[in-house]
Design a protein around this ligand. Sequence first.
Ligand code: SAH
Ligand code: SF4
Length: 466
Amino acid sequence: MNSEKEKQFDYMKKAGEIVKERASEKGRALTYFIQTFGCQMNAKDSEKFAGILEEIGYVATDGEDADFVLYNTCTVRENANLKVYGRLGVLKTKKKKNPEMLIAVCGCMMQEEEVREKIRQSYPYVDIVFGTHNIYKLAELVYDRLSSQKRVIDVYDEATMIVEDLPQHRKYSFKAGVNIMFGCNNFCSYCKVPYVRGRERSRKAEDILNEIKDLAADGVKEIMLLGQNVNSYGKTLEEPISFAALLKEAEKIEGIERIRFMTSHPKDLSDELIEVLKNSKKVCNHLHLPLQSGSSKILKDMNRHYTKEDYLSLVEKIKTANPDIALTTDIIVGFPGETEEDFEETIDVVRKVKFDSAFTFIYSKRTGTPAAKMENQIPEDVVKSRFDRLLSEVQNISSEVVKRYEGKTLPVLVEQINEQDSSLVTGRLSNNTVVHFEGDKSLIGQIIDVKLNECKGFYYLGSVAR
Ligand code: SAH
Ligand code: SF4
């Protein structure tokens, strides 16, 4: 029996009583708003926060004029940090108008001592601060704040437990993220994640598969298995299991039609996974394989444990087994010591691999990481010019590559009404390419055969196949 789970449900009830009282004083329901910064893990955590807040009795609203505002923060790049401080400034004015408003901040930034100190001193109107290792405690923290009027700052240095089966409120009815592991052991020299998310911990396969079965029973068709390095999933479990084996088990679950996963570290990608990608009907025809740099020297300084040649031969192996697969990647420009030649190596890999798309990032110096202490930090103007060159190279290649299905008919999972034109719906191919076509909201969540009439760079315009 998971006593922490029971304890937290108890806090949901107790906090719920206070929220109910306040709602009846106000003559309306209390509202909440969550802003998520950063990656899919954070998006997933936010669904858990939404579940807990709704269980307490808060009702979702669209903007920051809410009774409870929660910022789920990211610290991978400095920009993400700056955005949070900016938004907190705006909240100060809102709280003046609604003094009973509660403001909470959580997530990766809060794991950093200097951030907590800054919030403690310069943002006294922030009510609740918590970190990445105690997200399951949200109800308790809300209760503490509601019942004591004192601000609550609660951040753990390390993860202590994984609490299963707390409420979740999914953003989409037909697709869902599923955590398979937490943390990271890789310590890439530029990256803050291992410091703020802690050591790698895998969830038990049984818990993951049960969650997927429940999702399938609830109508979910597409799942995204989430971890910082899914290829090392399961290695430290009492009953070790490989990521490929987990995929094979997930695939057996009836009702699930598409399985995605994120992220694969090239150094740990197994032949067994390549086989699953090739043979599986449900595992999507897409692999996100972060390159970071094409220069073996820079890769070594990044502590990535592969060379340019390793990466290219891995891609070769993957493409030989799955000629149609869409490959996407992450690339960092301007890592300390990156010369023009190193940068050219990156461009060379981009040309050779022909990625369907690439997330390109300007290197951001993060305190506490080994790279921050490296000499030869690259001047901003040089980085900016390399970044622009890389981006245009990536875009040119991707618009060619994405086009390969023009004229074909392929299944599309419809996700939403098109944001610009409400006569269209927007969905994705198995390979993750976006498709827009005429349709209405009754199609959302369905997998429809769509003729891909015209490729517009990184997306398609199509029509329902007849
Ligand atoms: N675990 C994932 C990545 C998580 S962070 C992986 O290894 O692929 C997502 C991306 O942010 C990384 O792939 C990297 O490209 C980028 N990133 C991480 N730290 C960064 C930094 N200090 N500056 C710029 N980009 C960074
Ligand atoms: Fe960061 Fe590297 Fe871990 Fe990815 S694998 S989260 S880039 S340390």
